[in-house]
Design a protein around this ligand. Structure first.
Ligand code: DAH
Length: 344
């Protein structure tokens, strides 16, 4: 019995002092294994009298159970402790500030172009595009500007060969749309795109710029429809309550043709630097599609009519954002471009 007490005390002490699971495994072998003290006690049973045997046996069994339980409990405690330690050592410090990722921004011309597109898509227009390397036919001839027409000289053209050029106006897209419609009405499109002219670059001129063409053809389309549409666009782009002024003008592909001014959004028409003290800002050219244009594309100009307009996107963006040099759009200075970052 003394030995049982001794083994129990020593064993429990050793288990309690144990600090890692390997050591605990070793203890398990030492105490409960074949060569351990519990087993040795069991072996002594045979030397005892029949009366002593049951009591002694029960005591040894109890000891065995006690040690086994203590080991199990300790194993659980150690496992938990080791897990905590592991988690601690593998911890990721999520409070560390990340390296800032620099996001690009939409180009201001893209912003304005998408804004106008959305506006017209909302009115049921479709967006049409065309090639920048264009044939003379669509850029000029179909736009009622045949060879030798003086209006061809109004736009200094980059010719690639005698019949191929870099389009000088998105009006070329308009002519393609009319052509592919094959007489089917109605047509409601806007045509954004890059255009090219042999201009010397300065604060207000660029050899490459962006235009947005609008075209509506159907039955009984009138100048009043054009006015209403442009009023809607002016209000959306420059703020409610813009006044529009239509001045007679000339384009070969429209009759009548107009030059459209919007009342200055900076001074409300009183006169300032932006509107050069006139109270008005010229924003686009427009008119009623010339019957020749409709006929050349296979439409009966007695049965249908249409309006068209063409605006410079750079010009609208410059007015809207107070940009005073068109070259800013093309020099790709991030200090300029990041002003248009919508994520800041
Ligand atoms: N294509 C003309 C230009 O580049 C702009 C223009 C004027 C387009 C009147 C049109 C229009 O569609 O009807 O100067």
């Amino acid at each position: 019995m003394e030995i049982i007490e001794k083994v129990k005390d020593e064993g429990l002490q050793a288990i309690q002092n144990c600090t890692d699971s390997k050591e605990l495994n070793q203890l398990k072998v030492t105490y409960l294994g074949k060569k351990g003290p519990v087993q040795a006690l069991m072996a002594q049973m045979k030397d005892l009298s029949n009366e002593e045997k049951p009591k002694f046996g029960a005591e040894v069994n109890q000891l065995k159970q006690l040690l086994a339980n203590a080991i199990d409990e300790k194993a659980k405690a150690l496992e938990e402790m080791e897990m905590v330690k592991k988690l601690e050592s593998e911890k990721i410090d999520i409070t560390l500030p990340p390296i800032e990722t620099k996001l690009g921004t939409l180009h201001p011309l893209t912003v304005v172009q998408q804004e106008i597109e959305d506006l017209f898509i909302g009115m049921g227009y479709q967006v049409a595009e065309g090639p920048e390397v264009e044939i003379d036919e669509y850029n000029f001839t179909r736009a009622n500007t045949p060879e030798g027409h003086p209006a061809r000289d109004m736009q200094d053209t980059f010719y690639i060969d005698p019949t191929t050029l870099l389009r000088t106006q998105t009006t070329a897209i308009q002519m393609r749309v009319l052509d592919t419609a094959k007489g089917k009405l109605p047509i409601k499109v806007i045509c954004p795109g890059k255009v090219y002219r042999r201009d010397d670059d300065d604060a207000t001129h660029s050899h490459q710029f962006t235009q947005m063409e609008g075209l509506v053809v159907g039955e009984n389309i009138t100048l009043a429809d054009l006015k209403g549409t442009l009023q809607f666009m002016a209000d959306a782009m420059f703020g409610e309550g813009r006044l529009l002024r239509f001045r007679p003008s000339y384009f070969p592909f429209t009759e009548p043709s107009v030059e459209v001014d919007v009342s200055c959004h900076v001074c409300q028409g009183k006169g300032c630097n932006v509107c050069k003290q006139t109270g008005w800002i010229e924003v686009l050219g427009a008119g009623m599609v010339h019957p020749n244009v409709l006929e050349m594309a296979g439409f009966d100009s007695k049965k249908c009519s249409g309006f068209a307009f063409g605006a410079g996107i750079e010009r609208i963006a410059m007015l809207k954002y107070g940009i005073d040099d068109i070259r800013n759009f093309y020099t790709n200075d991030v200090r300029f471009l990041k002003n248009f970052n919508r994520f800041d």
